[in-house]
Design a protein around this ligand. Structure first.
Ligand SMILES: NC(=O)c1ccc[n+]([C@@H]2O[C@H](COP(=O)([O-])OP(=O)(O)OC[C@H]3O[C@@H](n4cnc5c(N)ncnc54)[C@H](O)[C@@H]3O)[C@@H](O)[C@H]2O)c1
Length: 442
């Protein structure tokens, strides 16, 4: 079966590479000509472990190919839409669907009678979008019959950046929102390679599939905010949030994942998806307080980190140097979208601090961001730490876990560590003569 994937971002590229690895003929299409030019030469525009090998292998064996021309979808029986759905610039946090609808408009002229296509949204889209897409197609082409000349399905993606290939190849479940039997048959064929692992394929209506994606992300975001609030209570009461999280997580009903306190959730999904879900509650006039509080608490959380840093460095934060280790929202990705560092760093600079940053996934695009304009970047982690007054762990990259603490003590101007991810143990660090602060304990 021939597949087309529109959008060669974190989701589209992984989807295309993984389906080609399953033995399908995949065409990955992006309007960004520069990106496509690079991909044709096996140059990957993003940092995602394992992706380069998969792309190279399948590109070289012609299972995977790239194009900047959407009319190259003509051969495909299945078309995935995997373009971005960011928060709309103006509005109340709703998802901006202009990229999705633009693809629909472009696709509509390419559809042919008697050559039905299954159009699947992989992008995260608010409840009701599947129906809206159908209406758009009807508006653009009144000669085509829905569920005959074209079908629409929703197949939200749950991969995590940093472990995207593993997540795609071994998902906990695959959610398929459909409106007829033919779509079910095609989706079963597409995901047959996962049968071996007995991956549950869950078929629902379009609306439920769209809601499952938002509900899952919002629930996980809420779990993070919950443990962050518990961390605050631990700091006041003498409890230790890591022990609390461990004790909670051992309960199978709760589970240990997403119970790690930190500077608040970030990334390309949780912030925008919680906002979009809250917007759906408002749009359909359904009262909601949990998602709303999760969003509000997470916004405050980043500023709370700045207050903590201020407290640690005292009044003299002005002209103090901070070695800021890791700026991405999580390790194993170069994605900076809505990373807490984008709020924390400008606040520190506003207070007069000097930020020396390091990130293993540093790219030339980092210093171009307005939030990082005044940041001094270091290729070597000790370059950033040297003569700093505070070593701050913002992202828990493996590279930082094994830092030589004797050397750290020697090169820091003031021997202080603030570990926003609790990657170190307080007692271990104190043995080196370093002052240690973490999250959620005294
Ligand atoms: N990034 C994640 O971890 C993740 C996980 C699950 C779901 N999602 C969802 O998947 C969707 C895509 O996210 P992403 O992170 O891959 O986005 P991205 O911004 O990395 O990639 C989107 C790509 O689509 C391309 N594009 C936009 N309009 C186009 C058009 N008309 N024709 C062809 N290409 C076009 C862009 O050039 C870009 O390369 C979003 O809805 C997101 O919420 C993302």
């Amino acid at each position: 079966m021939k597949i087309a994937v529109i959008g060669a971002g974190y989701v589209g590229l992984v989807t295309a590479a993984c389906f080609s690895e399953f033995g399908f003929q995949v065409k990955c299409i992006d309007r960004d000509k520069g990106k496509i030019k690079s991909l044709k030469k096996n140059i990957i525009p993003i940092y995602e472990p394992g992706l380069i090998d998969l792309v190279k292998k399948n590109n070289d064996s012609n299972y995977l190919s790239f194009s900047a021309n959407i009319s190259d979808v003509t051969d495909a029986k299945v078309i995935f839409i995997a373009v971005g759905t960011p928060t709309a610039r103006r509005g109340n946090g709703e998802a901006d669907l202009k990229y999705v609808y633009k693809v629909c408009k472009e696709l509509s002229v390419l559809l042919k009678k008697g050559k039905p296509k299954l159009i699947i949204t992989k992008s995260t889209v608010p409840v009701g979008t599947g129906k809206k897409i159908k209406e758009k197609f009807e508006q653009y082409r009144n000669d085509l019959i829905f569920n005959k000349d074209y079908y629409i399905a929703s197949n939200p993606e749950f991969l995590r950046e940093g472990s995207a290939i593993e997540d795609f190849m071994r998902p906990n479940r695959v959610i398929c929102g459909v409106s007829n039997e033919t779509s079910i048959e095609i989706l079963r064929e597409l995901y047959r390679p996962l049968n071996l692992r007995e991956t549950p394929l869950v078929f629902t209506d379009l609306e439920s599939a769209e809601l499952i994606k938002y509900a899952s992300n919002a629930f996980l975001a809420m779990k993070i905010s919950f443990i962050n609030e518990m961390a605050d209570l631990c700091e006041k009461t003498g409890g230790n949030v890591q022990m609390v999280a461990k004790g909670m997580g051992l309960d199978n009903r709760i589970g240990s994942k997403f119970l790690h306190p930190g500077p608040g959730f970030g990334g390309s999904c949780f912030p925008k998806d919680t906002r979009a879900l809250y917007n759906s509650f408002k749009k359909f006039k359904v009262k909601n307080s949990l998602v709303k509080s999760t969003i509000e608490f997470n916004e405050r959380r980043k500023l709370q980190m700045v207050s903590k840093i201020k407290k640690i460095l005292g009044k003299n934060i002005k002209i103090k140097r901070i070695a800021f280790l890791g700026v991405t929202f999580k390790p194993n990705t170069d994605d900076l979208r809505e990373s807490p560092s984008l709020v924390i760093i400008p606040e520190l600079i506003k207070l007069g601090a000097i930020v020396h940053a390091h990130d293993p996934a540093y790219t030339k695009s980092f210093p171009k961001l307005k939030e990082f304009k005044k940041v001094k970047w270091f290729k070597n982690v000790f370059g950033a730490i040297k003569t700093s007054d505070l070593l701050l762990i913002h992202t828990e990259w493996n590279e930082y876990r094994g830092l030589d603490m004797n050397k750290v003590k020697k090169v820091l101007r003031q021997p202080i560590i603030f570990d926003l991810r609790n990657i170190f143990n307080k007692n271990d660090i104190q043995k080196f003569g370093l002052k240690y602060y973490g999250i959620g304990f005294k």
